[in-house]
Design a binder for this molecule. Structure first.
Ligand code: FAD
Ligand code: NAD
Length: 483
């Protein structure tokens, strides 16, 4: 059996499902093949993001934050809350309900837009042909254009056998059935920090993050990373840099782990261990040899700026291609490719893709870091404003952190905005819009922001860049100018 489409999308994660919907909106006959199944064994669209990534992790981050707040953060506001206790099962059920509603929502969007969902495992066999394995059966689909969006999976460490109970990856760490008293995490990256925060708030007594690198969060601006390390350590996350795991075994319901750092060999015991050391692209067996699809040395699908592969009419997007492994980056690539297939001109400014780490305080940024600007020899000015000097932050009790604005010394054009503090994930959108429109720091300084809002800190940081911040004392202003 062979079916003809104008577009076939492989993968229904945020890259693939968005591409499929947009193609259908543009009048193209579109099928989207995906092999994910939910806990009930039924197809569950949305890929990693909806099933075991962005959405369930944020459900738990939000719930654990509310729990911690109810336990500790209310009294100083004059609100007495008695007998706060954790119903982990209820929290997990809430998380799963959110996931189910959203995955079903994509199925409805496919229906409403006329996208044909195809359940099964896809393989590109020739330039515009895809074989889909469905149990013991196979079907072949053909299309003028094929979009590959197979996503990524957690990297496994050799010598550390994940058993799904004591030693798990991020998916396992989103579904513990009780709160581990002693939690070990290998990797102090985004997942380690977010999920470490969840379990610490829910009551883990010890959360130890073993990070191989000597520096903490090198992808973030160094000043933000320094503040973040101080803050997370203060919350009780035990972050051990320069630590390399050398052995790991499960004995008597306990994980015993040996690691090495500058001080020598150490042994620790944990109730659960999470391996969160990055993700790799799902490209194994994605394309047959005769298809001629080019992968790079790490297994990413080779694409140009426009997400074209080396094969005409074959495109690739999302986690399986170069660039940050972020849902919104994949979705934007999906939109760009759909527009190009429909004959339109489309482009992404990769420089303004925001990054967010949903810890408390949140971390968010767009554009270049100070260290990157120094490395490339770009002359720039920096303006920083602390949330402690912002009225709304003080009223809400979340005064930790700052916003830092970096602008070109000659043109004043915004080059980077770095935030650590309350609502950083929302505030960064203002910076992205400004950068996308080519704004200068002066443009932000001349913009009226509502009072009292956290956004006023963006205004003040832009003013600070030119030594004109209003709500910080002159001594502090001078110090920041000299930094
Ligand atoms: P995926 O979401 O991985 O989807 C790919 C889909 O294709 C899957 O359904 C897969 O089963 C299917 N597939 C693969 N190969 C085949 C095949 N051969 N045939 C059929 N189907 C196939 N990103 C953010 O931006 N914000 C966040 O807050 C965030 N939080 C995260 C939290 C966690 C714990 C994790 C693990 C990730 C998080 N991410 C976050 C990253 C985000 O989930 C990914 O960047 C995003 O899901 C990538 O989208 P994608 O469409 O490229 O791939
Ligand atoms: P990551 O790259 O953020 O962090 C992995 C960390 O593990 C790094 O610091 C790395 O140095 C360390 N590491 C690697 N090998 C190690 C070893 N053998 N021993 C000790 N440490 C080791 O990767 P992640 O946290 O697994 O997340 C994967 C991807 O998912 C990220 O690239 C991120 O883009 C995406 N994600 C995004 C969000 C978000 O946007 N908020 C949330 C979660 C995940």
């Amino acid at each position: 059996m062979s079916e003809e489409y104008q577009v076939i999308v492989v993968g229904a994660g945020p890259a693939g499902y968005v591409a499929a919907i947009r193609c259908a909106q543009l009048g193209l006959k579109t099928a989207c093949i995906d092999d994910w199944t939910g806990p009930d064994g039924k197809p569950a669209l949305g890929g990693t993001c909806l099933n075991v990534g962005c959405i369930p992790s944020k459900a738990l981050l939000e719930s654990s934050e509310q729990y911690a707040h109810a336990r500790e953060g209310m009294e100083e506001r004059g609100i007495r809350v008695a007998d706060v206790s954790l119903d982990l099962d209820g929290m997990m059920q809430h998380k799963q309900r959110v996931v189910q509603e959203l995955t079903q929502g994509i199925a409805q969007l496919f229906k409403a837009n006329g996208v044909t969902p195809v359940q099964g495992r896809a393989r590109l066999v020739a330039e515009r042909q895809v074989v889909v394995v469905q149990g013991d059966d196979e079907i072949t689909l053909r299309a003028g254009n094929i979009i590959l969006a197979p996503g990524s999976s957690p990297v496994q460490l050799s010598g550390i056998a994940q058993d799904g109970k004591y030693i798990v990856d991020s998916s396992g760490a989103l579904a513990f059935d009780d709160v581990p008293a002693r939690l070990g995490i290998i990797g102090a990256g985004v997942i380690g920090l977010e999920l470490g925060s969840v379990w610490k708030r829910l009551g883990s007594e010890q959360v130890v993050l073993l990070e191989a690198q000597d520096s903490f969060l090198p992808i973030a601006d160094a000043q933000v990373a320094t503040q973040a390390l101080r803050s997370f350590t203060g919350q009780g996350l035990d972050i051990r840099l320069g630590s390399r795991v050398t052995a790991c075994t499960v004995k008597d319901s306990e994980v015993e782990l040996d690691y090495q750092d500058a001080d020598g060999e150490h042994t620790m015991q944990f109730d659960r261990l999470v391996v969160a050391v990055g993700r790799h692209p799902n490209t194994e067996n994605l394309a047959s040899d005769e298809s001629g699809l080019l992968l790079d040395e790490w297994g990413f699908i080779h694409v140009d700026e426009q997400c074209s592969t080396n094969l005409p009419g074959v495109w690739a997007i999302g986690d399986a291609v170069r660039g940050p492994m972020l849902a919104h980056k994949g979705s934007e690539e999906g939109l760009m490719v759909a527009e190009q297939i429909a004959g339109h001109v489309a482009h992404i400014d990769y420089n303004t893709i925001p990054s967010v780490i949903y810890t408390q305080p949140e971390i968010a940024w767009a554009g270049q870091t100070e260290q990157a600007l120094h490395a490339t020899g770009v002359a720039f000015r920096s303006g920083l404003f602390p949330f402690a000097a912002n009225g709304r932050a003080r009223a809400s009790g979340h005064t930790e952190g700052f916003i830092k604005v970096l602008a070109d010394e000659k043109t004043d054009r915004l080059l980077g905005v770095h935030i650590i503090g309350p609502q950083a994930s929302e505030l960064v959108a203002e910076a992205v819009i400004a950068m996308q429109l080519g704004s200068s720091a002066e443009d932000i300084a001349l913009t009226v922001f509502a009072h009292p809002t956290l956004s006023e800190s963006f205004h003040e940081a832009a003013l600070a860049l030119h030594g004109r911040a209003l709500h910080i004392a002159p001594a502090r202003r001078r110090k920041q100018k000299n930094n």
